[in-house]
Design a protein around this ligand. Sequence first.
Ligand SMILES: Nc1nc2c(ncn2[C@@H]2O[C@H](COP(=O)(O)OP(=O)(O)OP(=O)(O)O)[C@@H](O)[C@H]2O)c(=O)[nH]1
Ligand SMILES: [Mg+2]
Length: 650
Amino acid sequence: MKSIIVGTAGHIDHGKTALVKALTGIDADRLEEEKRRGITIDLGFAHMALAGSNGETLRLGFVDVPGHERFVRNMLAGVGGIDLVLLVIAADEAIKPQTREHFDILQLLGVQRGITVLTKSDAVDAETLEVVRLEVEEFLGGTFLDKPDSIVAVSALTGAGMADLKRAIAAAAMDVQPRDASAIARLPIDRVFTMKGFGTVVTGTLVAGTVQREDELEVFPTGRRVRVRGVQVHGQTSDGAAAGQRTALNVVGASTEDLSRGMTLSSPAAFQTTRRVDVRLRLLSSAPRALKNRARVHFHSHTMETVAQVLLERQGLDSGAAQNAKAGRSDSGQAQLPPGQEAFARLKFPEAALLLPGDRFILRQFSPVVTIGGGVVLDASPLPHQPMTSNFLNILASGDAEMILKERIARRRREGVTVSGLVAETGWTKKMLEAKLARMMHTGEVVRTGDLFLHLPAFQSLQSHAVGTLTDFHKKNPLVNGISKEALRGQIDASPEIFEAVAAMLVREKKLEVVGDVVRLPGHGVVMKDDEAESKKKIEDAFALSGLRVPALNEVVAGLKVDKTRAQKIVTLLLRDKVLIKISDELVFHRSALEQLRRELAAYKSKSSKIDVASFKELTGVTRKYAIPLLEYLDRERVTRRVGDAREIL
Ligand SMILES: Nc1nc2c(ncn2[C@@H]2O[C@H](COP(=O)(O)OP(=O)(O)OP(=O)(O)O)[C@@H](O)[C@H]2O)c(=O)[nH]1
Ligand SMILES: [Mg+2]
């Protein structure tokens, strides 16, 4: 079974609604005013099943649009999700203004399949029908509807040609690429109403993914969460709906005031709304004038509409992507896009919208309102402070997923990006991204640090920055062992997570050494003479062997062979490397003794979460003189917290 959305298009009164009724038996004009005036005002819906040419059942959902020029915006809300169009042209009137405008819109939206239907064939003689057919063929020349036998003449009144039309629909449906049901769900809302006994119902064309009963969804751009109580597809209750189906959802958690046409339902927290998108756009040759930089236009995508300001990219597309596609300049020197040409541009919206790369859109002139162009969203999350570049946009426009992913990671430079960040900016699934990232890590183009992915050159530049900083430091401070990790991290301006990864990689490559909290270049440890090294070991041993019952530092120093200044230097190095730790002016401990103390306290905690001075003395075997500074040290380290006279073990 294949589900396909069929849209109508064409001039007012050319018989679109009558054709849908002749096909499906359903009158898509549902409003009282429509019936009274005999015209379509808003979108109408119908459905039917048809045997496909390979025997497969086709489920066709119809979106019937109004032809009146005043209701083009309603037409735009319906045409966004269609797979196949019936371009309706009445044989007794032939091509009229909205035939052209609707057809322009279909092409700008990238609709690929369709059938041209000459309606009201009963109203003209065979000769006239032939003349109109020729005229229409010429009109369609070179477009997606320029195909042999793709014009079908019918009469909704007599039923003539209807069997041919059904056959043509079945054949065209075979070629329709199914929409991606494994993608993240997106349902642009086209109708909201209440149903007695059910509550709030929204309808729309599910353009991607699936929706199941009981799913939680997020309403974009408002952020409200709703729960799906019921699903209907083509008027029938169902457990779920899949991409490419006309879908009605009964939702809990929002009233009709909270929802409206133009909002989108999607998986919670998968995406972010935006007020800026970078696009490729085309101005129709029929546009009344050039599109000026900073012009305001009406913007339509899926079921939503807003106003947008257009900022043209000065360099235009590269010559490989399109010929003569440079934004020109008017006599006044201001950038502008002439009719019939393409350019990259940034669009700015007054309010946030949900858009993703690949979304098509239509632009209409601000006033008077006519369709002037359209295009495709390339980047719905341009980074702040990064201007658009034709280089990056050309890669996005290329459609090469691996290249796109690499450039998206590269532009994050030293900050890197998470998988969920990439899901939000590409609209691709986590699964697809993870597979691609695994390949890129395998080839070494991308480096992973924790949750972040960095482009290799960014990672390497961090590494050489770290090594360069250390080289300078050693040059300026020959007698100092190295620099603290935190200081180096600050100087190269990396997050803790990324710094750890950079340091670890440098250590593996033997370009860096880490001693305690200090980093240095290999071979840059302070060089010691034999007697200094011997003294150093002596001090270390004296403290390591005495545990918490440490000797006084000056007594140990006094017993050394080396003079006082050199002894002081050795002690400074031991403290810097955190081999010895000073907890008060008089008291110095070996690192291992304090680590042991922490372990003992952790074990003690299983008996009691509190410890007083007496118990601490008993546990450690030290006198009060040592116990108090030790406890104060532990408080500072947040191993314990003072509560009255006792300590709580944290
Ligand atoms: N003789 C004849 N009349 C038709 C045929 N199809 C539609 N009509 C008539 O043409 C008029 C307009 O038909 P609709 O189907 O409402 O036209 P539409 O294209 O939906 O019009 P809008 O939705 O307002 O753009 C109606 O009076 C129909 O009865 C046909 O095949 N033959
Ligand atoms: Mg109609």
